[in-house]
Ligand binder design. Structure first.
Ligand SMILES: CC(C)(COP(=O)(O)OP(=O)(O)OC[C@H]1O[C@@H](n2cnc3c(N)ncnc32)[C@H](O)[C@@H]1OP(=O)(O)O)[C@@H](O)C(=O)NCCC(=O)NCCS
Length: 395
């Protein structure tokens, strides 16, 4: 922020003149300039500014899908007001269902990029911003479906968002696999961007079926749909970085194995937190979504793995081939690990029985999925069971 923006007479964080508004184009540039130190990843400032603008034009964000919120003094004019805190919200198509399996199409807002410029920190502005946001998001973009909550992925202490009303999900685990130079299995095919609409469509059908199945004892379930817009948001962001780093974009957006009805597929994205040639890069191939057709434990509350057989051997070998394809992609693209968030219980068991090298990580300090949930009257209620806490929903 330029020196002309440093106001010494800023209102207190509880002042009535503070309100949430939306930034002008110039103010967006200011916000992005500030956030570049936190979220620039492998990009220098000019490329980060270019990426930030680009990210407003991609699926999930475009056509009003993303809203930028700023906490400002309502008496000061746009372009001439200190922005004491900012964040984004994303409209996410979601489903809820009750114990009897009554499914409802709803909206969950994803909150991202909460940022208070350094010079304004520690004065309660972020807390005020989040309080105002919780109130406004309750009815934000509710024309087509009811808003049932908002979620955020915290990279700071769990207590921070919990204190503000966003309760951490009880589990935030992932499997981590090393990159592996391995020849492509004959079982596996590349998933390209043109395959994604159909795969997401089939996935949504299976999710709707699972959500419609009664779940005795589970009062409320919620799932954010792993739709094409979510996949493309991650993929376009990854493509931007890979084009910048390597002057080309990877064709494979996932891998698929097996015949129809027994297929296993993964959709992934390439995430470069730093340059691949930096001293200790920590770049990741994230599996956004893993689907195993016929997996009775999928799309269920964690820990409920249903009755019936575990993954048949045939499908376990497809799963292994898909995960190895992910490891090979990571090796080829200079990524340091493959991360798979909260796969189904059957998949977890199959991985543990396989020959694949893995670690299980329970995240305590980063990407902690946290939610604030609204009841029928808009009051805050205890969290529903969050189905499919996978990486696609992060943003
Ligand atoms: C996180 C951030 C928005 C907090 O801004 P802030 O203006 O310092 O927040 P507030 O003054 O409103 O603090 C609210 C409370 O949270 C606490 N808090 C602030 N930052 C915290 C952190 N990083 N970890 C844990 N608690 C924190 C404060 O101590 C305060 O507690 P109190 O109410 O008991 O006094 C700011 O530090 C920031 O922009 N950081 C860089 C970007 C970032 O990490 N964003 C969050 C991504 S999940």
């Amino acid at each position: 922020m330029g020196s002309q923006d440093i106001h010494t007479d800023l209102p207190n964080s509880d002042a009535p003149e503070l309100h949430l508004s939306h930034p002008t184009e110039n103010e967006c540039v200011k916000i992005w300039t500030n956030t570049s130190t936190s979220w620039g990843d492998s990009l220098e400032l000019p490329e980060y500014l270019e990426e930030s603008l680009f990210l407003t034009t991609i699926p999930l964000a475009k056509d009003g899908g993303m809203t930028t919120w700023i906490l400002v003094d309502k008496n000061l004019p746009p372009d001439n007001r200190p922005i004491v805190c900012s964040c984004e919200s994303f409209y996410k198509r979601s489903l809820t269902s009750d114990a009897d399996g009554n499914v409802e199409d709803v909206v969950v807002h994803g909150i991202a990029s909460v940022f208070c410029p350094e010079e304004y920190r520690g004065r309660g502005y972020a807390a005020r911003h989040m309080k105002e946001l919780a109130r406004l998001l309750r009815n934000w973009q509710s024309d087509y479906a009811k808003v049932v909550g908002s979620v955020s992925y915290s990279d700071i202490e769990k207590a921070y968002y919990a204190k503000l009303g966003w309760i951490p999900n009880p589990t935030n685990m992932h499997f981590e696999f090393p990159p592996l130079k391995t020849p492509k299995s004959s079982l596996v095919e590349e998933v390209t961007e043109s395959d994604l609409p159909e795969l997401c469509r089939r996935d949504e059908i299976m999710i709707r079926e699972a959500m419609a199945a009664p779940a005795p004892g589970v009062k409320k379930r919620v799932t954010i749909l792993p739709d094409l817009d979510h996949m493309l948001w991650h993929i376009r962001k990854g493509d931007f970085a890979t084009r910048h780093l390597f002057d080309k974009i990877p064709q494979a957006k996932g891998a698929i194995a097996g015949p129809l009805g027994k297929q296993v597929w993964a959709i992934w994205t390439h995430r470069y937190y730093g340059r691949h040639d930096a001293e200790s890069p920590n770049n990741v191939l994230y599996i956004l979504r893993l689907v195993v057709e016929g997996d009775m434990s999928a799309n269920q509350p964690v820990g409920v793995d249903g009755v019936g057989p575990v993954l048949p051997n045939e499908q376990s070998s497809y799963l292994e081939a898909v995960l190895q394809a992910a490891q090979a992609e990571a090796a080829e693209r200079h990524l340091d690990s493959v991360k798979l968030w909260e796969p189904s219980p059957w998949v977890q068991r199959a991985i543990k029985k396989s020959k694949i090298d893995f670690n299980v990580v329970e995240r305590e300090e980063d990407s902690i999925a946290s939610g604030m949930w609204y009841g029928e009257n808009g009051d805050i209620v205890s969290p529903p069971i969050w189905i499919n806490n996978e990486h696609y929903a992060w943003c």
